[in-house]
Ligand binder design. Structure first.
Ligand SMILES: [Zn+2]
Ligand SMILES: [Zn+2]
Length: 61
């Protein structure tokens, strides 16, 4: 259901095939604070303000 989409780390740009891999990477390498991941469309953001902006604009949350 995710097609060919990959997940990019917001902090270092590494690409991951699975969202879980990205989350694990972010936790292990970046101490989990640097990557915010939208669970609705799987976009990632390197800071909370862009993440919140995304949620408001794209998902009206
Ligand atoms: Zn990274
Ligand atoms: Zn989203």
């Amino acid at each position: 259901m995710f097609g060919k989409k990959s997940y990019g780390c917001g902090a270092c740009g590494m690409q991951f095939k699975d969202r879980e891999d990205l989350l694990n990477h972010a936790q292990e390498i970046h101490d989990k604070k640097t990557t915010y991941l939208c669970i609705t469309c799987d976009e990632s953001f390197e800071n909370e303000s862009s993440f919140r902006m995304h949620m408001i604009r794209n998902h009206k949350i």
